[in-house]
Design a protein around this ligand. Structure first.
Ligand code: ZN
Length: 299
């Protein structure tokens, strides 16, 4: 994390001290990586840049990977400079990156970099142990690792490898998010329950599941037409890794942009990047934030 630029004090000619309120902090630099995904990254990657561009305190840059099965010379030419950014936003689910880039990425996080993982980006990089450690829960076979859910008493339940529910998702519908850590800067001030617009609700994610800090869950509806687990599935969580943090948000199936037009998704995007970069959040909960009764969209 970088620290926020402190408010400077200047000595006025009358001999008094006064803050310069107009002195802006440096923008938060976000690198967005798409380029390969089993989802419509060509729609979602530029859309997330556009969302960040609406706020002057972000400076977002797209740094897409080469296309699937691109020539090795294209991979050689791809040089994402992670250390030039405060946050790396992963909209990527594709081929394993070359070793030199994986090493750079791990070094970046160890040295304090922030990473946000969106939806299917947690499907990626099967067998890349450092990535799996820093994400914690991924789209993996049940035998691959542990799984977490939250029971009706609010306690986190840990399922052993090979036991309990498998990974997957049911049909898409409007679902309710539940804040599980109301003290965290990313969730502070959100209603405890709020409705998210028509999205794909992942369940039974697997991995090392160490040091997982769950911020929000979603109830996976077991009704026959929805095919969920009947469990409160972790939906947004963070994991410390070295000096850095990795925040995963499983919302955002695209398809169509609907789920990313949810005001709740957008606030999580802004606040997630702010928190990863500075440890604080400056985006307020807007008046049109979804409620326990109604979804809310902002195209
Ligand atoms: Zn999806």
């Amino acid at each position: 994390m970088k620290t926020l630029t402190p408010i400077l004090l200047v000595c006025l000619s009358v001999g008094m001290f006064s803050p310069i309120s107009s002195l802006a902090a440096e923008p938060i630099r976000v690198m967005i990586i798409g380029g390969q995904n089993n989802h419509n990254w060509a729609l979602s990657t530029p859309y997330m840049k556009e969302l960040l561009d609406r706020k002057p305190h972000f400076q977002a840059t797209i740094c897409n990977s080469p296309e699937r099965d691109a020539d090795s010379s294209e991979w050689d030419a791809w040089e994402p400079k992670f250390s030039d950014y405060d946050v790396v936003l992963l909209d990527y689910n594709g081929q394993m990156w070359p070793e030199r880039i994986r090493e750079d990425f791990v070094r970046y996080v160890r040295q304090g970099g922030g990473v946000m993982v969106i939806h299917a980006a947690n499907n990626a990089f099967h067998g890349w142990k450092e990535f799996e450690q820093m994400v914690g829960l991924l789209w993996r076979n049940p035998k691959y690792g542990y799984s977490l859910y939250v029971d009706d008493q609010g306690q986190v339940v840990r399922e052993a490898p090979g036991e309990g529910r498998g990974m997957g998702h049911g049909s898409q519908y409007d679902w309710m998010m539940t804040v599980r850590d109301a003290e965290h800067p990313v969730t502070e001030g959100m209603p405890t329950h709020w409705m998210h617009k028509h999205d794909e609700l992942y369940h039974g994610q697997r991995g090392p599941a160490e040091d997982i800090h769950i911020l929000l869950t979603a109830f996976s509806d077991p009704a026959p037409n929805r095919r969920g687990t009947g469990k409160h599935e972790p939906m947004v969580w963070w994991v410390p890794y070295g000096e850095g943090q990795v925040l995963t948000n499983l919302m955002g199936h695209v398809g169509q942009l609907g789920s990313m037009q949810c005001v709740g998704f957008q606030v999580l995007l802004y606040r997630g990047c702010e928190w990863l970069a500075t440890g604080q959040c400056q985006t307020a909960i807007p008046d049109n934030f979804p409620t326990a009764e109604a979804t809310s969209l902002n195209p």
